[in-house]
Design a binder for this molecule. Structure first.
Ligand SMILES: NC(=O)c1ccc[n+]([C@@H]2O[C@H](COP(=O)([O-])OP(=O)(O)OC[C@H]3O[C@@H](n4cnc5c(N)ncnc54)[C@H](OP(=O)(O)O)[C@@H]3O)[C@@H](O)[C@H]2O)c1
Length: 264
């Protein structure tokens, strides 16, 4: 059954932030396509959401570190005209120093946090642009701005998500397509235990509930914010950061090295 809001695709919908997005978007009247590996959890969530909100929920079991599974979802995004929103939320973290890291784990992290997000966005943008409508929400992290806080590959992956989203926003400006990057701070989900850095190691005043995080991010979306940092009290601090970056711009590419790099 189609509805006027269309279908929101939520990756990583089986737990944490993605499960809350699924709930809030269902409440807003979207049909849902839930994507993750744990089918049982998604089935439970789907029955709850169907019963509470009377919308339709479909489940796609996919391991988004695997090329074949990503391609399956890409096909759906390219061909299903009912899809009106993509929430690129599935992600994993990896804590600890690079000197002790497992390269395969970090490759999986890059496949999930970067490659899948990129491919899924590439799959959906052309039809959104053609329809002059559609919303993409990319879940980055404040570690994109604070690389020393947790694992290098994780913060690097989230810096990619932020840069990718900002560049895409510039490309689709005035196209009718909304693109938002959300930068949550520490949020109370399973991600921490899964990454080997228990949440209990953080002071509680740094940790937000997933419900508050998603509700705030959706307020940001409703305000047409391009970047939403739910815990940042002063919006002007972000504006100042952007202004400082823009001030660097004219000097980042010049025909001559700066004076301090001149050979003696
Ligand atoms: N929690 C935080 O402090 C925090 C802060 C900033 C940003 N974030 C970001 O928020 C997003 C959601 O994370 P969360 O905190 O809600 O953690 P979470 O509870 O661990 O949720 C991660 C979701 O991603 C799915 N996922 C993991 N590996 C997958 C794979 N290979 N293929 C498909 N789906 C996979 C998981 O489902 P299955 O296991 O069923 O596949 C789960 O639904 C992530 O992008 C994370 O980086 C979290």
């Amino acid at each position: 059954m189609s509805n006027k809001n269309g279908t929101a695709v939520v990756t990583g919908a089986s737990s944490g932030i993605g499960a809350i997005y699924a709930d809030r978007l269902a409440k807003r009247g979207y049909n849902l396509l839930l994507v993750a590996r744990d089918e049982e959890r998604m089935k439970k969530l789907a029955s709850k959401l169907t019963a509470s909100y009377g919308i339709e929920v479909e489940i796609l079991r996919a391991d988004l570190t695997k090329h074949t599974d990503v391609v399956k979802l890409e096909e759906r995004l390219k061909t299903d005209a009912a899809i009106s929103m993509l929430v690129n939320n599935a992600g994993m973290a990896s804590a600890g120093p690079i000197a002790a890291a497992n390269a395969d784990t970090l490759e999986n992290l890059i496949n999930l946090n970067i490659t899948a997000l990129t491919r899924l966005t590439v799959a959906v943008v052309p039809s959104f642009v053609a329809r002059k409508a559609g919303t993409i929400i990319n879940i980055a992290s404040v570690v994109a701005l604070n690389p020393e806080l947790i694992g290098a590959a994780y913060s690097g992956s989230k810096a990619y998500v932020l840069n990718f989203t900002q560049a895409l926003q510039a490309e689709v400006k005035d196209s009718g397509v909304r693109v938002q990057a959300v930068l949550p701070g520490a949020t109370s989900t399973e991600l921490w235990d899964r990454s080997g850095f228990p949440l209990s190691h953080l002071p509680s005043e740094m940790v937000m509930s997933a419900e508050d995080m998603v509700d705030a991010a959706l307020v940001g979306l409703d305000k047409n914010e391009q970047i939403t940092i739910p815990s940042l009290p002063e919006e002007k601090d972000w504006q100042n950061f952007i202004s400082a970056r823009q001030a660097l711009g004219p000097n980042l590419s010049r025909s001559q090295p700066a004076a301090r790099y001149k050979l003696n």
